[in-house]
Design a binder for this molecule. Structure first.
Ligand code: 0XW
Ligand code: MG
Length: 367
């Protein structure tokens, strides 16, 4: 089988409610990039990457130049065995992991379709029927956040990510954390995500003010060293997100003792292949994981669902139904939240059929 053509679309994804994060940053409409690989045997593979440019060093319009640059390696290549072809891509063009994430995803879709199997079977096999979901709560007034948490709780959600730091007022953040903790009662997991927006001083003051509560902190500060300092002084469990993006950073966070949980995002690592290697390292380190991506619609959500359920349940903290936060849905048959869980399709490959009317005119075609 040979790759004959690569088609890219850019699709704006609009959040159902403006998503506010630390430092006044928001996700209102974010550009997603969809990639389709066509082969000489008529099989097609789909990939997606939706970077949030103020969240990680990646942007949607950076994807097409990378795919164009890689065209000499990809056109005419056998797509079966994604890791071998990705290794050739890495040898030809280093870095640009977020753009390569969409490519790696499309190669896995093709490989699993060629095997006539749902992708999770090729990623190691099912270890659970479906994966637990967390609900991410936009950083707004504490009572509004408590209301969002209560609605998600009523749907069965038991893990809540409380966004903090939007107005640089740590006392308001303390009120947010307390309001959500109160709204969901004892038991559910509640964690406060600063998205790197706090100094150690701010994070420590806020953490000390909620020390009586059962909570976790997520990436309060930019550096791993600063996160480790906050964890040590505050004595509160910590999830690392932005700082964990490859094997070296996972090992460093583990050595610093600040990684009780880590967010493995496909596009942060460079796709399913690289995220799976990170997942396996975390299993060795005995670190619990969120397996997800930055943002995205149905193709991304399908990909992370397949990887999530191949993880031993004890170490999979949760995953994210990203397509549920945005509109449009690019594939009507993508996986959706059901009883607060997410399950991949049993169809071959990723199991999604993107709607080309929703995708619109392609951004670029390489052949
Ligand atoms: C990347 N986000 C802003 C979107 C996902 O829902 C999770 C969140 C994060 O920073 O963890
Ligand atoms: Mg985060």
């Amino acid at each position: 089988m040979k790759i004959q053509r690569m088609t890219l679309w850019q699709v704006p994804l609009t959040s159902h409610e403006t998503y506010r994060m630390a430092g006044g940053k928001t996700c209102d409409t974010v550009e997603s990039v969809v990639l389709r690989l066509d082969t000489d045997e008529g099989l097609t593979g789909w990939g997606e990457v939706c970077p949030i440019p103020h969240y990680l060093p990646a942007y949607a319009r950076g994807v097409a130049p990378v795919i164009e640059e890689l065209a000499p390696v990809l056109i005419g290549a056998d797509p079966i065995g994604p890791e071998a072809l990705m290794a050739r891509c890495d040898a030809f063009l280093q870095g640009h992991v977020y753009a390569k994430s969409a490519l790696d995803m499309a190669l896995w879709d093709l490989t699993a379709k060629a095997a006539a199997m749902p992708l999770y079977r090729l990623l190691g096999g099912r270890q659970m029927d479906s994966a637990p979901l967390y609900h991410s709560i936009t950083c707004v007034e504490p009572d509004v956040m408590a209301g969002i948490a209560a609605t998600a709780y009523a749907q069965g959600i038991r893990q809540f990510q409380v966004k903090v730091g939007a107005d640089e007022d740590w006392q308001a953040d303390v009120a947010r954390i307390r309001a959500v903790r109160d709204a969901v009662g004892p038991g559910p997991l509640v964690y406060a995500d600063w998205n790197c927006g706090a100094t150690t001083l701010t994070a420590i003051r806020a953490a000390q003010a909620v020390r009586d509560l059962d909570i976790m902190l997520e990436q309060p500060c930019e550096s791993l060293e600063a996160c480790a300092e906050v964890r040590k002084v505050a004595g509160i469990a910590m999830k690392i997100d932005e700082s964990a993006h490859d094997m070296g950073s996972l090992l460093k966070a583990h050595a610093l003792g600040c990684m009780d949980v880590v967010a493995l995002k496909l596009s942060k690592f460079g796709g399913l292949s690289a995220a799976r290697r990170g997942r396996d390292l975390c299993l060795h380190l005995k670190t619990m994981m969120t397996i997800e991506d930055t943002w995205g619609s149905d193709i991304t959500t399908a990909a992370l669902a397949h990887l999530a359920i191949t993880t031993p349940p004890r170490y999979l903290l949760n995953t994210c139904d990203l397509s549920g936060y945005v509109t449009p849905r690019v594939a009507p048959d993508g996986p959706v939240r059901e009883n607060a869980r997410l399950a991949p399709s049993e169809r071959p490959g990723l199991g999604v059929s993107p709607d080309e009317i929703v995708l619109g005119d392609p951004l670029a075609v390489y052949q």
